[in-house]
Design a protein around this ligand. Structure first.
Ligand SMILES: Cc1cc2nc3c(=O)[nH]c(=O)nc-3n(C[C@H](O)[C@H](O)[C@H](O)COP(=O)(O)O)c2cc1C
Length: 256
């Protein structure tokens, strides 16, 4: 029996369809990679939902108070026990500004930075802050012009989870926690590719002291915590994989 020659259409249809399927699989992989957050651990934040995309403008910081620097230095103390009370957005705003607020038109901030590199980031884990959904936010200081906003990252209640992960009593009632992270790669770049981690840690120390003084002036309490399992924290809090967590700072209204 005479065989009929395959039609030219059938000839290229199978390879064309295969190529199309491979193309869409590759495209899908790229899109998923681009949209997933950069965390230290792939299984992190499983129960979290994404907060609305718009950044939140913070109340303007105050530049005056009735407390002298000297009196604030004298009264500064680490405080680990907090009242079960909400913080106002104004109090949180003032704390964030004291840590990294932009104060001059070339981008200088409240805390000094080696070679004006600004390798630190401040994340806020809010549990009880008036007007803020419980969740994780990143402070946006601004580059040259002050921005002073919060970028929502994930809607999640972390108070109990942080307490359990760290077994530190200060997390039990703290209405908010600041997470100070440092990008060692960014600092190394500023020094021609040679690692300068020391400067990043020193900068976090400057920021922590500003926070201590600001907290004291606002009659708030805080504790700096440097001893923790970084991987456990990165499982809970969404932190860029390029960043090292330097300090966790629970803060709130201190117990008298
Ligand atoms: C680098 C550094 C790391 C610290 N780490 C912790 C910590 O992991 N846990 C904690 O409860 N306190 C920590 N603290 C707070 C100290 O325990 C506290 O500063 C010290 O007891 C002195 O008390 P004062 O801050 O009231 O003067 C740390 C302080 C510094 C400077």
């Amino acid at each position: 029996m005479k065989k009929t020659a395959p039609s030219p259409l059938k000839h290229w249809l199978t390879p064309a369809l295969t190529a199309l399927v491979v193309f869409f699989i590759l495209l899908g992989t790229i899109v998923i990679k681009k949209t997933s957050p950069t965390t230290g651990s792939p299984e992190s934040t499983a129960s979290a939902t994404i907060l609305p995309a718009e950044n939140i403008s913070l109340p303007s910081p105050e530049f005056r108070s009735s407390n002298s620097v000297e009196a604030t230095l004298k009264n500064r103390r680490t405080r680990r026990d907090f009242q079960d009370k909400e913080l106002s957005l104004k109090q949180v705003s003032q704390m964030l500004w004291s840590a990294q607020g932009v104060t001059v038109d070339w981008g200088g901030r409240t805390a000094p930075s080696a070679k004006s590199t600004y390798p630190l980031s401040i994340f806020l884990v809010a549990s009880k802050v008036t007007g803020l959904e419980a969740g994780e936010y990143q402070y946006l200081p601004g580059d040259r012009t002050p921005v002073h906003q919060l970028k929502p990252i994930q809607s999640v209640e972390l108070q109990q989870a942080l307490y359990e992960a760290l077994n530190e009593s200060s997390f039990k009632k703290a209405p908010a926690v600041l997470v100070i992270t440092g990008n060692m790669g960014k600092m190394a770049e500023a020094y021609g590719g040679i690692g300068h981690d020391k400067e990043v840690y020193l900068e976090a120390g400057h920021v922590a002291q500003s926070l201590y003084l600001q907290a004291e002036s606002l009659r708030l309490g805080m504790v700096v915590i440097s001893s923790f399992d970084e991987l456990k924290i990165k499982d809970l809090v969404t932190i860029p994989s390029s960043d090292t967590i330097i300090y966790l700072i629970p803060f709130g209204i201190p117990k008298l």
